[in-house]
Design a binder for this molecule. Structure first.
Ligand code: ADP
Length: 412
């Protein structure tokens, strides 16, 4: 509008135009106000994000796949202890990962880009200031409209403290398992010594008898053969006990491997029932072709705990009987120990697997809690119930080892 347009207007027209202008100005003012508010909201959200990310020690990153250009939020700079905003070059950053983490991360990244999938891994880095840190890294793929991957993005969070706490818990758990093994061993020490003494004395007697017969010149070859077989049997019996003992007292945790649970159960039963009466109470109903991926010493300890509890529970039963059964169901290997003892006291039913729960005078109450720790660490479950016919039944299930693992080293 020119000034001559304005001049040619009458009063009403001028008023109307002035009103229209005022409306537009008002509209503009509202927009300015709104964008101020939005800028304020964005600044507020950024402040909230910065606070939350520094509290959670987390940052967000992305990488343009066309040129490998990295973009980080301040949180990621802080995690790597690099000055905020400095340009970051991917090969320099990848070099800060330890070798194993780097290999794993590059492999998972390549898979994610190839398949368009996301992933999460824990990696270890050495920061620019030389500190070692554990980071939890998550990553996802952004695709263009044709479905081609264009960007990889995700978060990085400092989990160093969680890792340290986790390692401590694992160390304490291993220590507790070892302590409970030692306590079971010391409880069995006297009977074990007695049990070992028997075959050794018998061997001595056979040797003395054979020597006497030889000196007297009346050692028939069949008699010599019989003595040697008896000596052999005693020596093997003692050897079995010593072998199981050596495992039980070993300080170091063993590796997991494919094992036949029945073999471990038999060994554990030898140790747990050593001494008068024990063996005769045990009956077996063991399934065929069972394999689990497990630490044999821990499984042995689990079975010893359960059998010793069943022995205790049946100590006063007139005709004590303990059934040890194994089988396979739905990809799980199960182990059941049934006894005809007094059954689990009702007041213990809720807390049976908690530490330091015991009804035995002098009992430590760690056997079942350690047993549960062992079972759960192997991805299994343990439960207890009283049998309708009397006595208790302890049921353990552990994931079966895959058929294809069968050619891995096995105790079977
Ligand atoms: P402890 O044997 O030192 O008492 P456990 O943790 O092995 O510790 O067992 C805890 C308690 O669970 C036992 O004191 C006993 O009361 C009960 N219990 C365990 N197994 C049986 C069983 N087979 N029959 C009856 N009670 C059992």
């Amino acid at each position: 509008m020119t000034s001559s347009d304005w001049d040619s207007m009458d009063g009403d027209q001028k008023l109307e135009r002035a009103r229209a202008l005022a409306d537009v100005t008002g509209e503009l003012e509202r927009y300015v106000q709104l964008s101020h508010e939005q800028a304020g909201t964005i600044a507020h959200y950024k402040k909230m994000y910065d606070r939350a990310s520094s509290l959670a020690r987390i940052g967000v990153w992305e990488c343009d796949l066309a040129n490998e250009q990295l973009t980080w939020t301040d949180g990621v700079y802080d995690l790597f202890e690099l000055p905020r905003g400095v340009p970051v070059v991917r090969p320099d950053i990848v070099a800060m990962y330890d070798e194993e983490s780097r290999g794993e991360m590059e492999r998972r990244r390549a898979e994610a880009i190839r398949d368009g999938t996301s992933f999460a891994i824990d990696v270890r880095i050495k920061t620019a200031r030389g500190n070692l840190r554990w980071l939890r890294l998550t990553a996802d793929i952004e695709k263009d409209e044709t479905g081609a991957p264009v960007r990889i993005f995700g978060s990085k969070q400092d989990i160093t403290e969680q890792k340290a706490a986790q390692e401590k818990v694992e160390m304490l758990r291993a220590e507790l398992i070892h302590l409970s093994r030692r306590s079971a061993m010391s409880a069995m020490a006297t009977t074990l010594a007695h049990e070992l003494n028997q075959p050794l004395t018998a061997i001595g007697n056979y040797v003395a008898g054979t020597r006497r017969a030889m000196i007297d010149g009346n050692l028939a070859p069949e008699e010599l053969e019989r003595s040697l077989s008896a000596i052999e049997e005693c020596a093997f019996g003692a050897g079995d006990i010593i072998r199981s003992l050596r495992q039980m007292t070993s300080e170091n945790p063993t590796e997991r491997r494919v094992i036949d649970p029945n073999v471990v159960i038999r060994e554990a039963a030898t140790l747990a029932t050593v001494g008068a009466g024990g063996v005769s109470r045990l009956r077996y109903d063991l399934g065929a072709d069972l394999l689990i991926w497990a630490d044999p010493i821990q499984i042995q300890q689990l079975v010893i705990n359960l059998i010793r509890n069943a022995l205790d529970a049946t100590a006063a039963t007139p005709e004590p009987s303990i059934l040890v059964a194994t089988g396979r169901e739905n990809g799980m290997i199960w182990l059941r120990i049934d006894d005809n003892g007094a059954g689990i006291a009702p007041e213990l039913s809720e807390t049976l697997f908690d530490p330091f729960v015991t009804s035995r005078p002098g009992g430590m109450g760690v056997g079942l809690s350690v047993s549960r720790t062992i079972v759960e660490a192997h991805g299994g479950r343990i439960c207890a119930r009283n049998r309708p016919e009397g006595g208790a039944s302890l049921h353990v299930s552990l994931p079966a080892a895959d058929e294809s693992w069968a050619d891995l080293p096995s105790t079977a």
